[in-house]
Write a protein that binds this ligand. Structure first.
Ligand SMILES: *Cc1c(COP(=O)(O)O)cnc(C)c1O
Length: 384
């Protein structure tokens, strides 16, 4: 990227960073390099460093450069899924006996990765709340290597103060990892607030069209980049060129989409907060949300994820999920289409019976970019 592009605004970087029009053909969009290997000009004579597509592929390189520019990081790395990115990161930075602090309402799959997989390999964990005191109390100085944060959290939209937690992590010699999936780099750039690593499930807002599963890591420092680069190649859970291409295609409209997701979510929240069948709405844009002030400080807007509890218990929550017509009942989030789900039975079923269990009367919605009035009318009908 030229110096001019590095200083460019977010939307310009989203469209141009990581790729220059192809020198041979002028192709404006990076080709899908569906190749596993590369011709060498004499033994070891690599063209542009490309040797084998697990190590590097030009379509993936374009995506990795782009997402690094959006997060204002040193390097970006693209993976086959968000969980593949997380697993690679933990194995790159932790060894048996190390300890990780992560949120007590973490994404269910992240919890499962630590609880059922990493723990068997000797990496210990403590779930903690996201306030500074809870995280500080959970630290084991000397053995805590990572403080893992999601903000906003899934599904309760809790907010962590990235800048403050970077201080807590660093004073104990640990790194701060932020799962930025819910905010996307358009709404929040954790590395600029002191975080060391950003994790994305690019399946969600970054890809944005519910047509590809992927993950990414963006790191602030060269040393961490080297460890991640080695493990990305050594473990091999990379994004394929078709997936990288689709993700890049999605990224070009990230700014526009996030603005509309936020507009529509605000209208839906206005409707839900006054509805008699709704007992509580979780949205960091609400002034009475406990994380509102911190969210307002570190986020550009409040995004498209909303959760709410109904007055009629689990039965009503399930019924609402099954009655909507514009909101599609399904897992995942962050696509252009609105989705609705019951975390207790769906995305967060893996944390049932643990301290991460979510309320049974909770409904989570991913507010899409359809006509806002249609979304409100759909929820109105479903709440009956
Ligand atoms: C979906 C999700 C993940 C996992 O990503 P996959 O692409 O599904 O592997 C991690 N963190 C958060 C917050 C998510 O929503």
């Amino acid at each position: 990227m030229s110096e001019q592009q590095q200083k460019a605004g977010f939307e310009t970087r989203a469209i141009h960073a990581g790729y220059e029009p192809d020198p041979t053909t002028g192709a404006v969009i990076p080709p899908i390099y569906a190749t596993s290997t590369y011709k060498q000009d004499g033994v070891g004579g690599l063209r542009g460093g490309y040797e084998y597509s697990r190590s590097a592929n030009p379509t993936r390189t374009a995506l990795e450069g782009n997402i690094a520019a959006l997060e204002e990081g040193e390097r970006g790395f693209a993976f086959a899924s968000g969980l593949a990115a997380e697993d690679t990161l933990v194995r790159a930075l932790c060894t048996p006996g190390d300890h990780v602090v992560f949120p007590n309402d973490a994404y269910g799959g992240t919890f499962r990765l630590f609880d059922k997989v990493q723990q068997r390999w000797g990496v210990e964990y403590t779930p903690a709340g996201h306030d500074v005191e809870a995280v500080r109390a959970a630290m084991r100085p000397g053995s805590t290597k990572l403080v893992w944060v999601e903000t906003p959290t899934n599904p309760l939209l809790g907010i962590a103060d990235i800048e403050a937690l970077a201080g807590v992590a660093h004073e104990a010699g640990a790194l701060l990892v932020v799962d930025n999936t819910f905010a996307s780099p358009y709404l929040q750039q954790p590395l600029t607030l002191g975080a060391d690593v950003v994790v994305h499930s690019t399946t969600k807002y970054v890809g944005g069209h519910s047509d590809v599963v992927g993950g990414a890591l963006v790191v602030r420092e060269h040393g961490i980049a080297e460890a991640v680069e080695f493990h990305q190649n050594a473990m091999g859970a990379v994004a394929g060129p078709f997936d990288a291409w689709l993700t890049l295609r999605g990224i070009r409209t990230l700014a526009l989409r996030m603005e509309r997701h936020s507009d529509n979510a605000e209208q839906v929240v206005d409707f839900l907060t006054t509805h008699p069948q709704v007992q509580h709405v979780y949205y960091p844009g609400l002034p009475d949300h406990p994380g509102h002030a911190v969210a307002a400080k570190q986020m550009r807007r409040f995004g498209g994820m909303v959760s709410f509890r109904v007055t009629g218990g689990e039965a009503q929550a399930l019924a609402v999920c099954e009655r909507t017509e514009v909101f599609t009942l399904g897992e995942s989030l962050g696509g252009v289409e609105s989705l609705i789900e019951h975390p207790g039975r769906m995305t967060h079923a893996s944390v049932a019976g643990t301290e991460l269990e979510v309320p049974a009367d909770l409904v989570r919605i991913s507010v899409g970019i359809e006509t806002a009035e249609d979304l409100v009318a759909d929820l109105d009908r479903a709440l009956g």
